[in-house]
Structure formats: C-alpha cells, structure tokens
Design a protein around this ligand. Structure first.
Ligand code: FE2
Ligand code: FE2
Length: 185
C-alpha cells in the first residue's frame, strides 16, 4: 500500500489531487492499525476518526459529480458511474462495521484481539484500495476528456471541501503522530 500524508495544495488537476487524497486516507488507516498493534485503542480510534471523516467527505463530493455524468459522457468509460457509486456505498458500509468493532473494544487489548481486528480490516482495505485504483487508472483520466465542465466543477469543490478538512485535521494529526512516535521502536 502506497501511502502519504503530504498533499500538494498547489495542485489543482483532478487526477493527481484525488490520488493524493487517496494516499492520505490510506496512510490514516495504516496509522490506526499501527496504534492497534501498539495496543493503543484510543489512539487507533482517533486516527480512525480522521480517516473516516475524510472518507465521507471524499465520497460525498465524488458522488455529487458522478450522479451528474450523462450516459453519452460516460459511453467510452471503462466502468460506468453506477459502479463507482455502488462501491462508495459498500465502502461506507464496511467502514461503519470497522467503526462499530473499534468502538465496542475495550482496553487493555489482548494480542489475539488485535490480530483478529487487523485481519478483519483486510477486506475493508482491499475494497478501498481496489476502488481507489479503479478511479486512478480509469475515471480520473476519462472524466476530464469526456466531461470537462463537470471535472472543472469537481476540481473547485475538491479544493474548497477536501482541502478545508485536510487543513482542519492537521493540528490533531500532528499531536496523534507525536503520541504514536513515542510508541514506535
Ligand atoms: Fe471514490
Ligand atoms: Fe476517490
């Protein structure tokens, strides 16, 4: 899994920008897992909250534009808009299950419990990774060519909505990272 917390806010083109937000969400998910492995349930939940908040905002904006793409505009697409929309719903459902499990856990965590939870998160991670890859190899390259006006509007929304959330998350993310850093060996 290729992950990074760094997003170049000067970037405005949809393809690299959306991919950067994918890597950001991926990294928050891994930081949550690292916290679990360290046995730090509350830290894991804090990283999870950042991950899921960005995920919900991400899917909401993508949905808004996918729903507006006409049949003609997506005629040459590798996968139809309905597939991405359905994947968003499934990812959000899986995320709710992860959240329910994490919220039901109680510290101190048994080692076996941690292993089981990381195992269970594999299906969520796979789903998210495959979806992000699909968007990166198809949708984000096809949309600017076939739906330029919508893509420009999407880019403006990304810059305002996702960037705003990203910036709002930075102070708490920095303190969570410091807490995790102390647990790393
Ligand atoms: Fe998506
Ligand atoms: Fe996406």
């Amino acid at each position: 899994m290729n992950t990074s917390l760094q997003i170049d806010l000067q970037q405005t083109a949809a393809a690299p920008l959306v991919a950067a937000y994918h890597r950001y969400m991926d990294e928050l998910l891994v930081l949550q897992q690292e916290s679990l492995v360290a046995g730090e349930l509350s830290l894991a939940l804090d990283f999870w909250q950042l991950h899921v908040a960005m995920l919900r905002c991400h899917a909401e904006i993508e949905d808004r534009y996918l729903e507006q793409v006409s049949a003609e505009q997506q005629a040459s697409w590798r996968w139809p808009a309905t597939l991405y929309l359905a994947e968003h719903r499934k990812i959000l459902q899986f995320a709710e299950r992860v959240e329910a499990r994490l919220s039901a856990m109680q510290a101190p965590l048994a080692l076996r419990q941690i292993v089981e939870e990381i195992d269970k998160q594999r299906s969520y991670k796979n789903l998210l990774e495959h979806h992000e890859e699909r968007e990166e190899i198809a949708l984000l390259l096809e949309m600017p060519k076939t739906a330029a006006v919508l893509t420009a509007a999407l880019e403006r929304d990304i810059v305002s909505q996702w960037t705003q959330l990203y910036q709002a998350q930075q102070p708490s993310l920095a303190s969570l990272q410091q807490r995790l850093q102390r647990l790393r060996r």
